[in-house]
Design a protein around this ligand. Structure first.
Ligand code: ADP
Length: 441
């Protein structure tokens, strides 16, 4: 990249120098030509005013001293007099551009390249009162000649400019690349103020992504540690009870009890593993969700039926309220959402309490369902955290009621996947209300 910038910068400066030199030479040459033509015109007009040929001759020799060539041509185009050439060898001049123009308009001018390279001659011709044409000419350097003589200077300037631009590009590329180099070494501690303005959005995006990657890695690590811990407890219990039975250290009554414990813990493991698998499925970016028209009220009815026995066991009254509301959604995911929220509302309830499951359409016209309980409630500072994996307010209550600590993490994932909105209101000792709304797109 540095090399590319160097090459481009140098080529640019060389082109700029060339254009400047050529353009200024052209302008110089045009000015020079105008000046010479002006001089020649003054000479020619003075001579015309003198009138007589003798006077012309006199002035001509003065003009010759100043490097001017003077020619007198009669009205048929034959050369009568020339300060430089032998007139007997000169051909008819009627077809010369400046002469014919002078015959036609009274005055004419032309520039012609001479055989000698790098030279050109500027002519100015004027029609005299007696019908003859007087021509004044001056040799000057041609445009190529001027360019050619400027060549050494031009090369010198190019060399100097290239040398300066090499140093400048080096400084420039260094200042562009330095923050990128620094960033590559210590992306997170890179101070945004020390980076130039144009690079700041890039640095802040990279920093955010880097922080996200670190956070995700840390979450994964914590999750793995938690999973290991959660799996270990029931496995240790299973292994312990099995060992007691194996060694014959359990009475017949104990065997039945221990087997029950083994069964309970194995079930716990199964539920935990199911939840972990479900979470990783929902995590997968390639998750395909199929949609179909559903009635939330009907699905809520099934959920209430399914959890009725559970509610009775906890001595909690479970009721279905509201009315039909149809949405286009994935039925398995809605069932899972309703089940998890309703199950929690029963498990974290008080004996004699109640749970109501309501469905309907809100004032904005969006379908929703709501689970409200008269349970133990959730303290304010835990309300954001309960959706984290394995976060529980009261660990022993969660475990004793068969919780894994993953139910609400699954709920949160599904809500995100369905582009739904979850609202939670809870007051410890009074109860909890969770509403899931499905905004129309
Ligand atoms: P768990 O399997 O422990 O129930 P969840 O992820 O479903 O895990 O819930 C996380 C925690 O949030 C629970 O342990 C409990 O402390 C709290 N919680 C969830 N729902 C309710 C509720 N309806 N009332 C009171 N606390 C609740």
């Amino acid at each position: 990249m540095k090399r590319k910038i160097n090459v481009q910068f140098i080529s640019l400066t060389v082109v700029a120098v060339l254009i400047t030199v050529i353009f200024s030479t052209l302008v110089d040459y045009a000015l020079l030509k105008r000046e010479i033509v002006g001089d020649l015109q003054v000479y020619a007009e003075t001579m015309k005013e003198m009138g007589s040929f003798e006077n012309v001759k006199e002035i001509s020799s003065a003009g010759k001293d100043r490097g001017l060539r003077i020619t007198l041509i009669d009205n048929r185009g034959n050369v009568q007099y020339d300060t430089e050439a032998d007139i007997s060898k000169m051909d008819n001049h009627t077809d010369r551009e400046e002469i014919s123009e002078a015959f036609r308009k009274g005055a004419g001018q032309a520039v012609r390249h001479s055989e000698t390279i790098g030279k050109s001659t500027i002519y100015y011709a004027i029609l005299m009162d007696n019908g003859n044409v007087l021509r004044v000419a001056k040799d000057t350097r041609s445009i190529e000649g001027i360019l050619f003589s400027a060549l050494p200077y031009m090369l010198f300037i190019i060399l100097v400019v290239v040398a300066v631009s090499v140093v400048l590009t080096r400084l420039l590329t260094r200042s562009i690349i330095r923050p990128i180099d620094e960033m590559a070494q210590q992306i997170n501690s890179q101070d945004l103020k020390s980076v130039y303005k144009e690079l700041r959005p890039f640095v802040s995006t990279i920093q955010k992504q880097h922080e996200d990657i670190l956070r995700t890695a840390q979450m994964r690590q914590e999750f793995t540690a938690n999973v290991t811990h959660e799996l270990k407890t029931p496995l240790t219990a299973i292994s312990g009870y099995a060992e007691l039975i194996e060694n014959g250290m359990a009475s017949e009554q104990d065997v039945a009890r221990f087997s029950g414990e083994i069964h309970r813990n194995a079930n716990r493991l199964l539920i935990l593993i199911n939840d972990i698998i479900r979470l990783s499925e929902l995590d997968a970016s390639s998750l395909e969700i199929t949609f179909e028209m559903l009635d939330l009220h009907q699905l809520a009815g099934h959920c209430v039926e399914l959890l009725k026995v559970n509610a009775d066991r906890h001595r909690v009254r479970l009721v279905l309220e509201g009315n039909s509301s149809r949405i286009n959604c994935n039925p398995e995911m809605i069932n899972e959402l309703m089940y998890n929220l309703c199950d929690n509302a029963i498990r974290y309830n008080n004996e004699g309490g109640s749970v109501s499951m309501t469905t309907g359409v809100d004032e904005k016209g969006d379908a929703f369902f709501e689970v409200q309980d008269t349970g133990i409630g959730i303290p304010k500072d835990s309300q954001d955290r309960i959706f984290e994996r394995f976060y529980r307010v009261d660990k022993s209550r969660s475990k004793s009621t068969g919780g894994t600590g993953l139910g609400l993490a699954i709920v949160k994932h599904i809500v995100v996947q369905l582009h739904a909105v979850l609202e939670l209101e809870s007051e410890p000792g009074i109860g909890t209300r969770i509403r899931v709304t499905f905004p129309e797109k």
